[in-house]
Design a protein around this ligand. Sequence first.
Ligand SMILES: [Zn+2]
Ligand SMILES: [Zn+2]
Length: 460
Amino acid sequence: MIPEEPDLWFLPLGGTGEIGMNLNLYGHNGAWLMVDCGVTFPKPGRMAADGTVHHRGEPPVQMADPAFIADRRDRLTGLVITHAHEDHVGAVPYLWPLLQCPIYTSRFTAEILRRKLAEFDLLHRVPIIEVEAGQSKQIGPFSVQWLALTHSIPDPNALMIRTPAGNIFHSGDWKLDEQPLVGHGYSVKTFTDLAQEGVNAMVCDSTNATVSGHSVSEAALRAGLLQAVRSAEGRVVVTCFGSNIARLHTLASVARETGRYMGLLGRSLINMSGAARAAGLWDSADQLINSSHLGYLPRAEVLAVATGSQGEPRTALRRLAAGSHPDFELEAGDTVIFSARAIPGNEELIEALITRLKALGVKVITAEDAELPIHASGHPAQEELELMYRWVRPAIAIPVHGEAEHMETHADIAKATGVPRAMVGRNGDLFMVRPVPGIRRQIAETGRLGWQKEVLVRVE
Ligand SMILES: [Zn+2]
Ligand SMILES: [Zn+2]
């Protein structure tokens, strides 16, 4: 199956019909372009009485099986990574040896990627081309332009993929945040200009398509976090996604205002803050204190930010709850704040963690029971989707990054804003955008690979 000169195709191998392990292909004139290459986590397993979850021996790290494109890698012109979340970049170190193409991405994402590749001894083999928002790169027959958007991580980009056969707008993960606090914002004109030019299809994030209204801005969380920290008496531990550098900025300012010293607990947080510093996104990070000092400070002067908001094993918060963290022990009267929401499937793990913390006498504040918002989603709710469709005016809407229910609702929203056609499918379906729109179902082999004992294995 080879795309010819008049063809413009979209073919997802991962992330369409599910949330996680994004792996998208675009086909035109004998060539393929890959967009994103992420991981996912095993489907929720059975939880034992001690709170551990058994995944029936499944590998803990899983990703889309790239066999379709690995078999055609002489036609793969490049891999574009839209942003540094694990579901978009996490599989690169595992799959790149099967793909062996250059990688194009923004500066912060490149920082994260280089750290991952170094662990796999791949750093000097993988060509990484850094691109700034607004720039275009010719990648085989695809002219790809990076467009500034906002999300819950620095440097997220949408893509305008131009070919002589037609144009596709690929949204990546996004929200409309007027005050993202870190990195670039977005401009409405970027998107209304695309409509002037003509967009054949818009491939777009469905995560929150069933949520009404508009996502909360990162800047709006300061009041809620300040209130929660100010009312605390002992130590405060805040858990959030380490990649949300804006959240770390806000917490650092809350720590200053409440007379607390802030330290980071957990490898991924330290890794992310290092990447943010290297990318010039967080100058004041040096005001953080080394976490090994936290245990010696008066309890009322401690604000620790910890990994483990999803209750995952081996994370800092799980260690604190188990009394096995090397830096300090939680005591009755301390407070743990969840500045994050549960990723579907993790509810039981999080519940078990909260029960454990409460048994220690720790006060727990979650995003659901806080008086003011202390967490903001990084994905577009219905009003934001409507705005984007009115700005971009594509001929076809292709919902991705969601389960069937999210994608169906997303398609209805697109049609209600005047988009003439929506195509809803799943991994392995070929979406023909040009010359004649249509879907060919299940033409590409799909599946999951897992990383187990240093090798890739098929997961059924
Ligand atoms: Zn994502
Ligand atoms: Zn994301």
